[in-house]
Design a protein. Sequence first.
Lengths: 394, 510, 296
Amino acid sequence: MTVGEPPSQPPGQPPGQPPRDPVEARLDFLRGRAMPVNHDARTISALAANPGCPRRALMDAAGVHKHEIAKHVGLPAPYGLSPFARSRGNAFEALVKDDSASLLLALLRQHIGLDIASAHYEDLSRVGAGESTNLRHARTRQKLLGADPGTHTMFDHPLLRLKVGGRYAFLEPDLLALHHSGRWYVVEVKSFAIIDGQADPEKVAAAAIQSAVYVHALRDLLGTDPSTGANLVHHETILVAPENFANKPAAAKLDVRKQLGVIRRQLNRIASVESLLDAYPEDLTFDLDPDPDGRPRRAPGELRGAVETVPANYAPECLATCELCFVCRDEARAHGDTGALGKKVREDLGGIETVPQALGLARGALAPAPEREEIAVKLRHAAQVWEQLTGQAV
Amino acid sequence: MSQLTSLARLLAVETGRAQPTKTVRHVHLSDRPLVLVAAQLAGEACAPLGALIGDDRARPRLLVVYEPRDRTQRFAWAAAVAETVLGYIDGYAKEVPDQDPDPEARPETGTPKPEPAADAPQLLVPNPQTAGFLRLLGRSTRFRSTTGEYAVPEAVPLLGRWLTYYSERTEVTPSALLLQLTAVLADHWASGQSATEDVLLGALVGWIDPPPGLTGPQAARVAEDPVRCPPAGPVTDPGWDNDVLEPMIAAVRAATASGDAAALARVQTAMDGALWSQLRPTWDLTWQGIDLLRELPEAAHVAARWLDDRKSFTSTVAWIRQGGAPQPRRDGAVSAARRLARLEREQQRLAVERAFDDPLVLAEYRLTGEAFAGRVTWRAPDRLDQSGSRAVPRPLITLATEDEVIMDEGTVLKSPVRPRQKAVLTEILPPESPGGTTFVTLELTSGMGRGRTPQPGSIPAFGEELTYTSLSDDFQPPAKFPAREDTPWTHGGPPQEYVPTDDDAREDWS
Amino acid sequence: MIGSVAETIEAIERRIDELRVAVREAVLAGDTALATAQRAQLSRAEQAWEAELAAIAEPPRSAQLTQRARPAQFIEPAQPAQLTLPAQPAAPAGSLLPLREQVYEALSLLQVPAAPKLIATVHEAFFGSTFPTTRVTSLKRDEERSFRAAPFARPYYICAALSADYLAPSRGLLAVSTWPLERRMIGSLSPRVDFLTAAIRVAEAIERIPEPPSAARQLLQRFAQSIPGAMPGASTAPATVKPATVKDAAAAELTVHTDADDRARREAAERARQLKQPEQLFGTASFREIAREAGE
């Protein structure tokens, strides 16, 4: 049986077509034969969590299916949503939007001060089974750009588009609200509870950054007020969630200015994926070489080698946000990377990169570089104290 | 303040086993704690699915909610939990005698506090998420009414009040009444993984006490696989939800709708088995963790802190007996500020006590410059201060240390060996080269008994090895806060009295 | 393979646990063939378990079971509340009418296009029986098929409401074919206008009944929650919501919207009249129209 060879030329290039953008072609080759995974708000928000990771930046730009890679290498990360969480989420969203979004309208009237005449509702979801994503987006564009506060208020299931690293991401906020003053608000419906006015801070933070992605995309489309120069899309988003232990929806405002800054910076970094690509050989690919049944044939060890050609920036935070986390963690641990132990430990070690280095300095077995002398003294002292008190040699 | 712990993590990575970072156990561990392991339905705020509860590792009680969205079943489950938990608490509460107000009590001190109970009930959960679950369970049950249209079994609101008490106590003071095992274990051992990964009970226990034939990291890897080691909860593994739980709950609904009692009984039995399979491994791990903690000797100040917990428990028993109203939903501004100030004070006190109880903790302060260890190289034991009406002893000692001393002159220091004695730093002679010896001179100002002559042994001897620290556990008077009814308008004005309403009794718990 | 009758139920349970782990591992490893094979074995083991249990279990004397085949480690609490069937409310007598007639009854009360869930709730509240919403969603499709087979053979059809912009079937809404065309047009204010109108109809229906059932009161409360002024007072209990207050509040808000909404509906009806049947009843499926509008 032959080991799968990576494709020798960019796949999917129909003959007789004008040559595609070279960067896009390289990204396609990097991804291999698999269909690209599209960005959504969650993946874009996750990018903000670990901006300095070239491996992730490249894979996301190329639309690589990271979970498949991790699975084939033999280190899949457990991912998945419980069917109960999913159905609860769907049920709550359905409740909020029930009866022509009447509960949502009541909340919006209360929280953004809509006037009574502003009660319009447009459903921008898929018109029929055959409608393409691009068509649906075009429809959304047209409706939003032509919207007049006197005759438009709520837009349900709009489809926005954002270019991320050379690829379009389609984003679907839960609802957009147009205030009679002309200001737009992003509305996100989540099913975690607000109990006695407080909700799980991690979940709120995730909702904030996700809604900031939508604000960014909407601002990209709508821009600013020509007369005042102010942003047409408000920096406060509306979070709708169940109140206490019941299903009754409550709303809260989230100020996402900070998150908007982070996202803008991260998206700018990703835009420069071209310079990142230049660092790696042209024949680098993460293709799985699937057989006719779709089973990957590429040797896992070789695939792993390809993955490791692009350095990662593994930190324990990756465990919650990236499907490749166990692969990168394994690699980090094999190198004795102190970053795998967490930011605080790295700081305590004055930035020393590996466990053997740090222990060597602590034992006095390694001579420190000039800029490391201070931390080396501290580590030696710590080692001496440890030995004094535990009776064990470091 | 964690350099030693980080060093210990490096050693753990190298050896493949967690390293102890404490020489003693800094929390009280009951002979008979009540362990609670819980599972809840994903996606809901607090939808219990099942629990294993017990104070005997060999006899856990399994309580399952077969239809987690059914209000009646939920409250019946809560009543069964109440039976177990309140039964356990009552075992301790019945030792607290009823108190009649003492007619001779001084009016300004109010009702005298009852004698603290000899021991108090201790609840133990695997992780902070389970503690959060208990807090929400307390919140969702303590307002319920036992009469009227939305009546619940009587024990339920009482359970709510107790669970709220246990949850809230940890917000005002480092209490041992409710222990979260992962936090306590992580406090006493350094694994070779990150603090994020330590949150997984199976992984942490795997590093500390791996099964025979496996290294720490290998054991942790097994624990991360939800198929082999179900998560400690209360959130369940989504894969198990999908494969096992969802079909079972659907079968419960089908059997209920069709009225088939035999089918219902069969699927209930199956669900018992399924919950058992998910909860039992965490139950075992929790007791394994308890065993590991028991092997450590108890720190010196633990008993005093447990006494505070016992006193608090005793007052709570008295309050509940008097029909105490359930705790209000939100703090008034004054009580919130008061709680926070109290918590800060208590945490400072705890930090000092831990340092005094455990040389490894004190050693961390040596690395930050808040403590130093040295040997006495010179002393002037007979020195006196004659400036006042009476002569008082003011001996001087000088210590030689290799630690870095970055304290100011005039700093007041103490040593765990003579905790009542204050020593004022009068002079520092820095080393000639980095890493050399520093000479520190201290003036002893107390802890020598009364009179001109210091008590024998109260002055350190030549060559004695001592550690001195600027940490202090001196009593500080509590901050002054306005009375409740004087809450400033900037903080929302005086809070309203809590009056239970029908809405509370009826409040949805869907 | 002949089932091992001699295998104890505990052994079957152990085998089931092992097989479950095997299925999960096969799925996680992406080995679908193995997963299928293991699932089949698991299914056989579960059936064997059922059979074994049926063979050894006593037939229940009453719905109360206190002894169950359980591993010895469990402590046996007395949990009758979980072992009896929950008390069933007296099930309302099932309606004898076909589904389309029940939907017609509910829509005739509401007099506005409505979603299946609301239709089912209205029917339960005022006509004593309900139906699963899934049956209602497939009703529209069946009605269209019936119309195409024999146009106008029936006195009425349960049909679509049409979106004012593309005259496409408005998602999830049902209407009656004999209504004026304007009523079946959905402009941007129409969802709100129809909601308020439905609230008034429900309130009126409640006023006509001396002892309204709690389902009706709960429905009224659901409307009142999102109409300003419909629920004065702090309490949210269904019993305190007054039909007269809801009517007044809904009518007050309606005055703000009706002119604009009527205009939009009339204009849309003009265009809809140009459509042939069955499109006029069931909506267009034209994407050409959409594409042209969107400027693609």
